[in-house]
Design a protein around this ligand. Structure first.
Ligand SMILES: Cc1cc2nc3c(=O)[nH]c(=O)nc-3n(C[C@H](O)[C@H](O)[C@H](O)COP(=O)(O)OP(=O)(O)OC[C@H]3O[C@@H](n4cnc5c(N)ncnc54)[C@H](O)[C@@H]3O)c2cc1C
Length: 374
């Protein structure tokens, strides 16, 4: 049996650069093999849930293999802490299945709606990058369907493994992966929040104390000017141990429902125009000056963007561009320049910063595409 082929126009999550392709959604490994063998001269590229901002999972005039039809969880080793699953399984689903067993996905990007294949292909990082590294560090083995139509078992430490992790789907189609999991006692996070007075204050805190936390991220107010330029809300935390929970929550510590024992973090958005300054002011002022040990649901903490599923449409028809840079220790002036320039030009942009464990700082910026082009 062959998988259906559908002509489609695809974009990435940022909705820039649409292109036409033939979309095939295999539901068995045999269908995936047949699709790869029949790709033709324009070849094929695997696609997960299409959360890459740009055109990574597009193939103008060629074949795109939608891998979400292959989404079985084959085996969970609840003693050893590993899972073997199809590459089309989403991290969101893995979390739902694993949390009640006391295990967690080792690295979660800003959204859970990415596939295991996409997480390996882009070697995604999460708020725990400074401690856990990126997703592929936790992948023990893969099965890879290569361009010749063969399925290969690929182990760690081999050149093909290294080329495939972070290889953006260019070495073949990942069919399955074995992933090492993180043990957790509860489905809550213990969170510390602090408002920083400016960018220097933020960078000093990231450098001095990020190693004390498993997870860390800061939202930067790109509208603040003068002495407040680069002021931020820094949120850091760890998986809450059982004894951190109030008695009533200890009865079901691994409840997977999104639980919130205190106020939610901000809702994401990308306001432009005059409203932006006001929104940022509110967001900054309503954050606690200092708060420690707040219990938050794991999803609300790790994936705030999933609380507003259509936020990427806020910038309008031009779409959204994500720009990420890492500057080394001692290069902080570069970050100052970036933040100052955006603040001066009143760009609608969102910025998040994370420390990189002695290797500097990573800043992620999201712009409406048209503002980026100016
Ligand atoms: C709201 C939001 C927040 C995000 N936050 C972060 C973040 O914090 N950190 C981060 O690193 N990224 C982040 N991202 C980016 C996202 O994690 C990656 O783009 C991820 O690769 C998307 O996975 P996907 O399943 O949607 O893959 P797609 O977007 O469909 O594909 C991405 C790449 O993976 C390849 N690929 C997909 N499936 C397979 C497969 N089975 N075999 C081989 N290659 C495959 C594709 O060919 C493509 O090159 C975020 C994205 C969004 C929308």
């Amino acid at each position: 049996m062959s998988a259906d082929t559908v002509p489609v126009t695809l974009t990435g999550w940022g909705r820039t650069a649409p292109s036409a392709a033939r979309l095939i959604r295999p539901r068995t490994y045999e269908e995936a093999v047949a699709a790869v063998r029949g790709c033709g001269v324009r070849g094929g590229i695997p696609r997960g849930l299409g959360r890459a901002y740009g055109d990574a999972a597009q193939n103008a005039g060629g074949v795109v293999l939608d891998m979400t039809g292959l989404d079985r969880i084959h085996a969970i080793d609840a003693d050893g802490g590993t899972v073997l699953c199809d590459a089309g399984v989403s991290l969101h689903r893995l979390m739902e299945v694993l949390l009640p067993l006391g295990w967690f996905v080792p690295v979660v990007p800003g959204t859970g709606h990415v596939t295991v294949g996409g997480a390996i292909g882009a070697d995604v990082h999460g708020q725990n990058h400074h401690v856990a590294g990126s997703f592929s560090r936790h992948v023990l083995a893969l099965e890879l369907l290569t361009a010749d139509g063969e399925i290969r078992a690929v182990g760690r430490g081999t050149p093909l493994f290294d080329a495939t992790t972070g290889g953006m789907g260019l070495t073949g189609v990942i069919l399955t992966a074995t992933v090492r999991l993180l043990p957790v006692e509860t489905s809550l996070m213990s969170v510390d929040t602090v408002r920083t007075t400016g960018l220097d204050d933020l960078l000093a805190r990231l450098a001095a104390t990020d190693h004390l936390y498993g997870y860390s991220a800061a939202w930067i107010d790109l509208r603040a000017r003068g002495a407040a330029t680069g002021r931020a809300v820094l949120t850091r935390g760890d998986h809450a141990p059982l004894d951190a929970l109030p008695a009533r929550a200890r009865r079901a510590p691994l409840d997977v429902r999104t639980r919130r024992l205190s106020a939610a973090p901000f809702t994401e958005g990308l306001p432009g125009g005059p409203a932006a300054g006001l929104c940022n002011e509110l967001r900054y002022r309503t954050a606690p000056r200092v708060r420690t040990g707040e219990l938050r649901g794991i999803s609300a903490f790790l994936r705030p963007l999933d609380g507003a599923p259509h936020w990427s449409r806020v910038p309008g028809r031009g779409g959204l561009v994500r720009y990420q840079c890492v500057v080394g220790d001692g290069q902080e002036e570069t970050l100052h320049r970036i933040v100052r320039r955006i603040a001066e030009r009143h760009h609608a942009a969102l910025a998040f910063a994370r420390g990189q464990a002695g290797r500097g700082f990573r800043v992620t910026l999201r712009f409406p595409a048209l503002a980026e082009a100016r």
